[in-house]
Ligand binder design. Sequence first.
Ligand code: PGA
Length: 260
Amino acid sequence: MAVNRLPLIAGNWKMNLDHLQAIAFTQKLAWTLRDANHDYSTTEVALFPPFTDLRSIQNLIEGDKFSLAYGGQDLSMHDTGAFTGEISGGFLRALGSKYVIIGHSERRQFHAETDEVVRSKVEAALRHNLIPIICVGETEADLAQHGPSAVPVSQLSAALSGIAASEIVIAYEPVWAIGTGKAATEEQAQQVCSALRIALTEVWGVDSGESTRILYGGSVKSGNISSFMRQPDVDGALVGGASLDVAEFSSICRFLKHVV
Ligand code: PGA
């Protein structure tokens, strides 16, 4: 964690919590963080609910002036038109979204999203003034065959190819660590996040390299967040399962209280 990059704790709810559950959860989370005197200027907190929850979340957050950011878990590469079932970046932006997750391994695996699709979605997000959270990560087989950094770095290069320097967030999520309870070690996370920062610097220059936040994701819990956040190139976390538990997620958001 570097002092000049605002840490970001992002909760990816995946296909969990309908809009009523989302309202109750978000209210409880905001109150828990308020009671703990959470300072959002030292750690940003963002929620990634299903699309159908976004309007309710927007109303709640704007109405009660909560300092939580939010966004979509995916977006269409198109802006509008005959694309049944898809959601455009413009729609996400119109609901007050700040971020959008792109290229999560579950999208790559279950929806056959290629590096080229991911790249088009990054372009679409930037067109609509959304900050893309670009997910990269290797499978267990990739790790055995290519070592730790090669696949994530090549996914990042492909996602940024032909795109001008912009504000993005990168999430390093080893596929073998997602939802398995088997997180990467802090050394593994640091090694890959550092390689990603070097790759980004080569493409977009030193300023982008220094200012871009790189998150670690994969079985992050309140018990291991501080070890990741002590690493110089890890600037936050993308949290799946543990983001569905208010006590656990708020404790992750308050990692500064337990980082020594
Ligand atoms: P997990 O998921 O925290 O449940 O491992 C992380 C993610 O998929 O973003």
